[in-house]
Design a protein around this ligand. Structure first.
Ligand code: BGC
Length: 406
């Protein structure tokens, strides 16, 4: 099926600092790695802290026009109140490198990790959490000149869930690390309990306050469009469980989408779908088609997510800030993405205002405790850091050049 996308559509890939940079030693996640049995360390990761330009070139040379990356709070403010001008200059160089290469930078201010000192004070639940984050955002804005797209917080709904998990780790309720991005069903298969908790609404409300404060600062200090990105489970009700779906969606997603109604755009992040039954979200049953993170193979999830997001946010512009698949079979990545883009094009044809598609992820990277699930358009040798583009990189770059599927 041939498709076409709006003029000036952004085509890119997304990354997050902790997953690719390496040695993010002042962050809370680094401190937790190695503490929990079953959790792998990020270590040098992909060494993108030093190799970011090479990474950006892979996108630019293959036809993309955008790159989403994050700046790391734990590097910029490794000790409370001490802001590193050298680290701010580092991220400024990244922004300028992207612009020089013709890649529209989409900059994330916070992607799951926080400075260890912030976590030690209670993280997002601390009384002064919003003030502390706001101070960081003010500094971050000093390097955002010319940036047109800023994400304040990545997946606040996942973050609220991770805060609950972190508490369990402290209280030693969980005896083994469970990656927040691995489907509970996959964990059960390995003999681990399905423990993914619901995001705490209390933490959620705090994150909404932090987002609104950050949004005001970004608007006052920069020219950028500002929004946040919400994990969308493309949840579907079993017959008779429609009321449960409404409740579950409200606490897992819709409260975060509602909070974006006055934003300049909303980021949609979608990978798969899940069923909701009488007892809530159901773990994905084992199936040979499941991905390496245990989720169902559902290219149609993206269109479902985009349409639901448009309904709840009242039609503010949408950016697909993450969509992809954990697989070792790159042909499957191309097939999945083709399906996702066909659904996206159909949603656009129906009037949904979508401004770009940023694939997760550019590189095979650190999947929050595990290295096995590979989402990248590019493979990375973890000893030498050599990058090897997969066929999907050239293929998606071709879609970008044509601004559509042929
Ligand atoms: C996150 C990424 C993660 C990806 C794949 C999203 O939840 O923003 O950091 O790697 O999904 O699981």
């Amino acid at each position: 099926m041939s498709t076409s996308f709006p003029a000036d559509f952004l085509w890119g890939a997304s990354t997050a600092p902790h997953q690719i940079e390496g040695n993010n030693v002042a962050s809370d996640f680094w401190a937790n790695e190695g503490r929990m049995p079953g959790m792998e360390r990020s270590g040098d990761a992909c060494d993108s802290y030093h190799r970011y330009e090479e990474d950006m070139r892979l996108l630019a040379d293959n036809g993309f026009n955008s790159y989403r990356f994050g700046i790391e709070w734990a590097r910029i403010e490794p000790v409370e109140g001490h802001f590193s001008n050298a680290e701010l200059a580092h991220y400024r160089r990244m922004i300028e490198a992207a612009q020089r290469l013709g890649l529209e930078p989409v900059v994330t201010l916070q992607h799951f990790t926080v400075p260890a000192w912030f976590a030690a004070k209670g993280g997002w639940t601390a009384d002064d959490a919003v003030e502390a984050f706001s101070r960081f955002v003010e500094r971050a804005c000093t390097i955002l000149d010319g940036v047109r797209w800023v994400v304040t917080i990545n997946e606040p709904n996942m973050l609220a869930m991770m805060a609950t998990m972190a508490l369990r780790m402290q209280q030693k309720v969980a005896d083994e690390w469970q990656s927040p991005t691995l489907d509970a069903g996959a964990e059960e298969k390995k003999g681990r309990p399905a423990v993914l908790p619901e995001p705490s609404p209390e933490v959620g409300r705090r994150l909404i306050a932090a987002h609104h404060a950050a949004r005001d600062i970004v608007r006052a200090q920069t020219q950028a469009k500002v929004g946040w990105t919400v994990a969308n489970g493309a949840l579907e009700a079993r017959p008779g469980s429609e009321d449960v779906l409404t409740r579950v969606r409200q606490v897992r997603e819709d409260m975060y989408l509602d909070a974006a109604r006055e934003d300049d755009f909303i980021g949609v992040q979608s990978y798969s779908t899940q069923l909701v039954g009488p007892d809530g979200v159901e773990p994905t049953p084992a199936h040979p088609d499941n991905t390496l993170v245990g989720t169902a193979y559902r290219p149609d999830a993206l269109a479902m997510a985009v349409r639901h997001t448009a309904e709840v946010t009242g039609g503010i512009p949408i950016m697909v800030t993450e969509n992809g698949i954990a697989t070792s079979d790159d042909a499957r990545r191309i097939a999945y993405t083709t399906g996702a883009l066909e659904g996206l094009a159909a949603a656009i044809a129906d009037g949904v205002d979508v401004r770009g598609y940023l694939h997760w992820s550019l590189l095979d990277n650190y999947e929050w405790g595990h290295w096995e699930p590979t989402f990248g358009l590019v493979a990375v040798d973890r000893e030498t850091f050599e990058r090897t583009p997969k066929p999907s990189l050239g293929w998606l770059g071709g879609v970008a050049k044509d601004n559509g599927l042929q």
